[in-house]
Design a binder for this molecule. Structure first.
Ligand SMILES: [Zn+2]
Length: 209
């Protein structure tokens, strides 16, 4: 990649970094000892821009070797890493925010990048909804992997993790301790089974503007 013209190298580096971040995000849910840390990000019961920064320090440390592998495998020069890091920060602040875009805008933007509506579905308490919309930048990765959900209205979603539904579960002290304590089965409301899935609504492409 190093012999490519600089603008093309930049675009390819950003795209591959975005895809390998998708892979990392899936791993943080699928690998139990990574989930112990990533769950701290998900137990937030309100989705807003502050959630974008609410990652356990342990997850940030664990992501360093992955980031090093991304950079080495893709051949990312420092300037491209800098551009990507700024884009990721903008993207995660945007898609964790509590903005509700007009449907016409949502439809257009969601074709390309992750919106608050799409990422809110990933933060739903309903396990099948959590297991969707893994992208952090471009939505193309969810399209390609068949993991895109467009059909849950923003207002219908209960944000959080079923196993940790109360404010007392997610105090700062409890959140910091969470990776190191006995894990509750994350899909289950305490003593009450799994939260019920939403009726499949129209996708954003089917909604009238
Ligand atoms: Zn996640």
């Amino acid at each position: 990649m190093r012999r490519l013209p600089r603008p093309l190298h930049l675009i390819l580096a950003v795209v591959f970094l975005d895809y390998t971040l998708y892979a990392w995000h899936v791993l943080t849910h699928r690998v139990p000892w990574l989930w112990r840390f990533h769950v701290v990000h998900h137990v937030d019961r309100d989705l807003d821009a502050s959630t974008a920064l609410r990652f356990h320090a342990g997850e940030l440390v664990l992501s360093i070797p992955w980031r090093a592998m991304q950079i080495a495998a893709i051949g990312v020069p420092p300037y491209a890493l800098h551009v990507w890091q700024n884009l990721v920060l903008l993207s995660i602040l945007f898609h964790h925010s509590n903005l509700e875009l007009p449907i016409a805008v949502e439809r257009l933007v969601a074709r390309f990048v992750v919106t608050p509506r799409l990422h809110g579905i990933h933060h739903s308490m309903v396990p099948e909804e959590t297991n969707s919309n893994w992208s952090s930048g471009l939505t193309v990765w969810d399209y390609l992997h068949g993991t895109l959900r467009l059909d849950v209205p923003q207002q219908a979603i209960t944000i959080g993790v079923a196993a940790y539904p109360t404010p007392a579960d997610v105090t700062l002290a409890n959140s910091l301790a969470l990776p190191f304590t006995a894990q509750r089965p994350w899909r289950m409301l305490p003593g009450d089974g799994e939260p019920e899935a939403h009726q499949q609504g129209p996708t954003v492409n089917e909604l009238a503007p």
